[in-house]
Design a protein around this ligand. Structure first.
Ligand code: ADP
Ligand code: ZN
Length: 737
């Protein structure tokens, strides 16, 4: 790409990148009446369509001038910032995704590029100033009318409703003045109104540890790129600390992006932000209505949105002058996008900070090994908060050895845990029971022949959701009613639910604690942010005694009266044992445990486990995270696994099993031979069919100093794929399914 695009010569030709799966920009002629620069949004003909793209650089020079087409229009928008262009290039090179696919993520709202809607507005007619002496003779000047004339005296056109609001009149008074010729009716482009957060509003007064941490971040706010990790126990006030960082970036006139993992969590976050900065933040996530998406995208581009909080995709917005990114719960897996452009927003945020030369703040009570390792190597700054703000102790964690408990069939609450639940209920306190399984039962089996109900499109069991009276596949979304008879042996009514999900656990809890008010929190019961908000309210106002939930209730929530947390199956996450199974189980259970005893009453956490001596359980009980992570680091280092080595997943998928096998075998045969690199597989993926697509995987393990992208490009991009098969590359994989 030509970095200094010349726009002076006649018959200029520029490369325009389109938000489509294309590897590079295409050349277009710039007509004389248009002046473009790098980043300009332009409309160009593409095949039989018109597409809006971005002027990416100089001519690619691959197609003769006589065959080129002309740019049709220059959009009336600020150009995409050069930093964003550079970032898109970087993400594309790192993830080996097509440049146009990455651009697509950065301009995900096509309608934002259309001209803004026009609205009717009023201003003073020519010859009339903001003083009332200038009005036509004979016009009766009421106080209401005077106020309107004064307000419009600044020459700014306004909508009738805005004028009426400001003047404390009705809209008809405004219209009356227009009729009398004092006001003129015009149409103007609809204005976006983005309220500005106030960095100087009174916020929480930080305690000493918090103040020290905050100062360490604000001290380097104007010193370019840096990464700081706020490593604080649950309830230590990490949010308050990074609010100070946000205030300091806002004072410098910069935009701030905050990435949060679960959108269900944001209701609480939004309120806290508003209380601290006076206005609600601009948000960005997939549930946003189109009109808001459009507005918020534009406000990121023209810089009017000073703070944007969102899911991982908020990282890709074309910020005008981004100057700080905060990543809350940096260890969270939802920062990894698993389809289309496969990327990790936490890692890419670091790159974004380097490109823009500004600080990054990571926050977590259980930082990822990747991040901790950077701290150990002094690449990231470490700010620690070792005590809860409330002064409360961290909860006391212990295990219940399930080998010694006597449980009736179809029961999952051990007598030891049940008696603590009763004790807690008697004390008028709240309980959380954690089971990371949605639905009623993970498996439905025919007792006549042993057949298990499976998804017709995936190699996965169907999960019974009794509340919705459906079987559901958690991989493709397929749903069906529970059949009357077994599809295998045709025997009727012999189905048995095997194992518990949260719905079944709730049933058991209602049976055992009949007076208690039991509710479920899972992605099925809180589909929208507002559902989560209502549930949190009910919990806060103590309309719930026992909350039973999956991992979505593990993070962030602060329920002062919650004193007992019971983990029903602490071993669940260790099954399967992928690379990060231990780390992840530790993080998840630690987060869940962190919900207990956050205020004045002490908290207790019980882990039901069949392996109480397991290193993960032992570390949780001892409360010794650092020892555990050091041990985990050692194990990974020995195996040259991340973060000490690099992994890349190569997944071949397609509707035809033979074609998938042939393509993956070919990849296996042509695999690169390189010092410091080995390729495992191909082998069928653990979920070998999803949505009817067969899947086979290869796994590349390489030394960190190899330029793995170049090796992959030469190997994978050169491979001939059979018709209908697709190869996707997952750099730094987190999922091995
Ligand atoms: P973390 O993110 O570390 O779990 P939070 O930032 O959510 O912790 O803080 C936990 C609770 O303590 C919240 O209710 C928060 O409002 C309160 N809190 C933390 N620091 C302060 C402070 N300096 N002043 C007042 N309240 C605070
Ligand atoms: Zn399925």
């Amino acid at each position: 790409m030509d970095p200094c695009l010349s726009i002076s010569s006649r018959n200029r030709v520029v490369g325009v990148l389109l938000p489509l799966p294309l590897a590079s920009p295409y050349d277009y002629i710039v007509p004389h009446e248009i002046i473009v620069e790098r980043g300009s949004f332009v409309q160009v003909p593409f095949g039989r369509r018109n597409v809006i793209g971005v002027v990416w650089g100089g001519s690619q020079g691959t197609v003769g001038l006589e065959r080129l087409r002309e740019i049709q229009n220059l959009a009336d928008l600020p150009p995409m910032p050069l930093e964003t262009l550079e970032f898109i290039e970087w993400v594309s090179k790192y993830t080996l995704s097509k440049l146009g696919s990455v651009l697509r993520m950065a301009m995900s709202v096509p309608s934002a590029l259309a001209p803004p809607k026009a609205v009717t507005a009023y201003k003073l007619s020519p010859g009339i100033q903001g003083k009332c002496e200038s009005v036509p003779q004979g016009l009766r000047l009421t106080n209401e009318r005077k106020r309107i004339i004064q307000i419009l005296g600044d020459g700014e056109p306004r909508r009738a409703s805005d004028i009426a609001n400001a003047a404390g009149t009705s809209v008809s008074v405004v219209r009356g003045l227009a009729k009398a010729g004092v006001l003129e009716v015009i149409t103007v482009a609809a204005k976006r109104n983005v309220p500005e957060p106030d960095p100087d509003q009174a916020r929480a007064i930080l305690n000493e540890a918090q103040a020290i941490a905050a100062k360490k971040i604000t001290d380097v706010m104007d010193q370019g790129y840096s990464v700081s990790l706020i490593d604080g126990v649950t309830g230590s006030g990490k949010t308050e600390v990074y609010f100070e960082a946000i205030a300091s970036a806002l004072r410098l006139g910069r935009q701030v992006a905050v990435l949060l993992p679960e959108i269900a969590l944001t209701a609480n976050w939004l309120e806290r932000f508003e209380a601290s900065f006076g206005v609600p933040p601009v948000t960005w996530h997939s549930d946003l209505p189109l009109s808001e998406r459009r507005q918020n995208w534009l406000s990121a581009l023209d810089g009017t949105a000073k703070l944007i909080v969102g899911a991982r995709s908020a990282l890709m917005l074309p910020y005008k002058n981004l100057g700080l990114i905060v990543i809350d719960e940096e260890h969270d897996l939802s920062f990894k996008q698993e389809e289309s452009v496969i990327y990790n927003a936490r890692d890419m945020a670091i790159v974004r900070g380097r490109i823009g030369e500004f600080p990054i703040v990571l926050s977590s009570a259980t930082p990822s090994l990747e991040t901790l390792d950077n701290v150990w190597r002094n690449r990231y700054r470490h700010l620690s908060l070792s005590a809860r703000y409330s002064g409360a102790n961290l909860p006391d964690i212990s295990s219940i050895d399930m080998r010694k408990e006597k449980l009736a069939r179809q029961n999952w609450l051990s007598p030891s845990l049940a008696s603590l639940v009763i004790e807690t209920l008697k004390a008028g306190e709240q309980i959380m029971l954690f089971l990371n399984r949605r639905g009623y039962a993970p498996l439905t089996l025919c007792r006549a022949c042993g057949h298990c109900l499976a998804c017709p499109q995936c190699t996965a069991w169907l999960v019974e959701h009794r509340l919705r009276d459906r079987l559901q596949c958690h991989h493709c979304g397929y749903t069906a009613h529970v059949p009357n008879k077994c599809p295998m042996c045709q025997v009727e009514d012999k189905f048995a639910a095997c194992g518990p999900g949260v719905e079944r656990l709730a049933e058991e809890a209602r049976r055992k604690f009949s007076d208690a008010r039991v509710e479920i929190m899972s992605s099925d019961s809180v589909r929208k942010a507002v559902d989560a908000q209502m549930l949190v309210r009910r919990m806060e106002s103590r309309k719930i005694d026992i909350l039973i939930g999956t991992q979505i209730m593990a993070k962030g929530f602060h329920f002062p009266m919650l004193t007992l947390v019971g983990v029903i199956d602490a071993d669940l996450g260790l099954i399967g044992g992928d690379l990060r199974a231990m780390e992840r189980t530790y993080q998840l259970l630690h987060q869940v445990a962190g919900r207990a005893g956050r205020a004045t009453r002490p908290g207790r956490v019980l882990l039901q486990t069949y392996q109480p001596e397991h290193p993960v359980m032992a570390a949780l009980i001892r409360g010794d995270r650092d020892d555990f992570m050091k041990m985990e680091a050692e194990a990974r280092r020995k195996l040259n696994m991340p973060p000490y080595g690099r992994l890349v997943g190569v997944i071949v998928s397609g509707p035809n099993q033979d074609a998938v096998e042939n393509t993956s075998n070919l990849l296996g045969k042509t695999a690169p031979r390189h010092e410091g690199l080995d390729v495992l597989g191909p082998a069928p993926a653990p979920i070998s069919v999803i949505r009817g697509r067969h899947r086979r995987r290869l796994l590349v393990r390489a030394k960190k100093d190899l330029y793995i992208q170049e090796i992959l490009r030469r190997w994978v991009f050169a491979a001939k794929t059979e018709k209908g098969t697709r190869i996707s590359i997952d750099i730094d994989p987190y999922s091995f399914n």
